[in-house]
Ligand binder design. Structure first.
Ligand code: BES
Ligand code: MN
Ligand code: ZN
Length: 463
């Protein structure tokens, strides 16, 4: 068993409903200490025991609640925060389940995230997992590692300041990340190649950094289902000529969070060698203000030839997404389209800070996505594609207006629905959960990487 004389500074002991479950050989002094401690076994709660001499010098009692995967995820995140920069030995009970192991390690990684460019030197902690070898553990660890790596990438991309993160930079990152893996193809369209992408050109036209349309393809032999993932990639959203008020603009570097999650999940699918065909579409543009910015009243021609009258330059997301959706319909014959976007402030008004709005005409798909989200630790709530409001989309001079009156998040979803004919699709308005104001268990302050985890879970379950 584990040697208590080893140099580790901290051990953790899981605390379930029946009290502490020490797995390593605690010496008599520590056993007594653990036994005397009234520690709550609530998931995410951590109690620190320390002693002046002896090794380990500290034991963290970590609540694991009922022992569900989410409980272990919370425990892992709480422990890694409590440990700070200390080396941590996590000694697991012999009978720990695969789900528990995945939850714990995902929690350790997700809670331990720091935005790397900003605080490079600060990441000095080390975690060692000590567990008996059991079939299935390697798979749990792989799933946790790929999920965490994907989420980290989405967070890094989203946390990157927009002075760095223009569409060209973003496209370059995607190309570089894909090049480090096998089986992925990336196409980057720019300039004249965007002729038919009238929405993307209009929105990106005000910026000194021109737009890009990135397509990532993962097409394993034998795949039967073809999923198209679309992510909103606005690298900064000033609101354009319909300029945002200063507080509303402060966090708009995060307006590419949908694209970040889609990129991360697609790369993660390749890492896991998932047997499903995926095409990721990323319209990347900066919604800037200048003499060349698109104006309210302008009529935009999308990829499918249909037109939208711009009634508010701050409703730019749906305009670039429309091109991508039309492109998917005409060129890709997908079985399924999933759309992720930081689309409306109304998402947070309706559902609060941690919940995405889910729209789909397909009950089964909606349920599967919400289920994948719940398992992954990302919550969503279904809102209606309410036909009561479709009249508001009418334009006198185009096929639709871009910013109709009505409930904001629903209206954006109805706008997008216009670009589907028959395909199964769902749209996730993830404006609210894409950002966290504070460290909160598996979420670190700043970009959350929302969506990467849900997509990977969902894609992993497809035939
Ligand atoms: N990027 C914003 C939505 C947003 C707001 C994301 C807050 C994250 C936090 C989007 O482009 C936008 O500005 N939407 C407008 C739409 C309106 C003009 C119809 C909004 O929600 O106000
Ligand atoms: Mn906007
Ligand atoms: Zn936006």
């Amino acid at each position: 068993m584990t040697d208590t004389s080893d140099k580790s500074a901290t051990w953790i002991v899981p605390v379930g409903p029946d009290g502490p479950q020490p797995a390593g050989d605690l010496d008599a002094e520590l056993s007594a200490l653990v036994g005397q401690t009234e520690s709550a076994g609530q998931a995410g709660q951590v109690t620190l025991l320390s002693r002046p001499v002896g090794r380990p010098s500290r034991v963290l009692l970590a609540g694991i609640g009922d022992g569900a995967e989410a409980d272990w995820r919370a425990a892992g995140a709480a422990v890694v925060r409590a440990a700070g920069d200390e080396t941590l030995d996590v000694i697991l009970p012999a009978e720990v389940t695969q789900a528990a192991l995945r939850g714990l390690t995902e929690g350790l990684w997700l809670g331990g995230y720091r935005y790397r460019d900003a605080i490079k030197a600060a990441r000095s902690s080390e975690v060692r997992l000590i567990l008996s070898e059991t079939p299935g553990y390697a798979k749990s660890l792989t799933l946790a590692r790929v999920t965490a790596t994907a989420t980290w990438l989405a967070r890094d991309l989203t946390n990157t300041p927009s002075s760095v993160k223009n569409p060209e930079w973003f496209a370059d990152q995607i190309v570089a990340e894909a090049a480090g893996r096998t089986g992925l193809t990336v196409t980057v369209r720019a300039g004249d190649e965007l002729k038919r992408f009238g929405g993307l050109r209009a929105v990106g036209g005000g910026s000194i950094s021109p737009p890009r349309f990135v397509e990532i393809s993962w097409h394993p032999a034998g795949a039967t289902t073809h999923v198209v993932l679309v992510g909103k990639g606005i690298t900064f959203d000033t609101g354009g000529i319909s300029i945002k008020p200063r507080d509303g603009m402060k966090l708009m570097k995060k307006d590419m969070g949908g694209a970040a999650a889609v990129v991360a999940a697609t790369l993660g699918a390749a890492d896991l060698n998932l047997p499903v065909r995926i095409t990721a579409l990323l319209p990347l543009a900066e919604n800037a203000i200048s003499g060349s910015a698109f104006r309210p009243g302008d009529v935009i021609t999308h990829y499918d030839g249909s037109t939208s009258e711009n009634t508010n330059s701050d409703a730019e997301g749906r305009i670039v997404l429309a091109d991508a959706l039309a492109y998917a319909a005409e060129q890709l014959a997908p079985d399924l389209v999933l759309n992720l976007a930081t689309l409306t402030g109304a998402n947070a008004v309706a559902l609060g800070k941690r919940t995405a709005a889910l729209y789909s005409p397909d009950d089964e798909l909606a349920e599967a996505l919400a289920g994948a989200g719940a398992a992954a630790g990302e919550r969503m709530w279904r809102l209606p594609l309410a036909d009561d409001y479709t009249d508001n989309l009418r334009s006198d001079i185009a096929d639709r207006i871009s910013a109709p009156a009505g409930p904001g998040s629903v209206m954006a979803a109805l706008f997008l629905r216009d670009f589907f004919t028959g395909t199964r699709w769902a749209h996730l308005d993830m404006s609210a959960p894409s950002w966290s104001d504070a460290d909160d268990l598996d979420l670190s302050k700043g970009a959350t990487g929302w969506g990467a985890r849900t997509l990977l879970r969902y894609l992993s379950g497809l035939p």
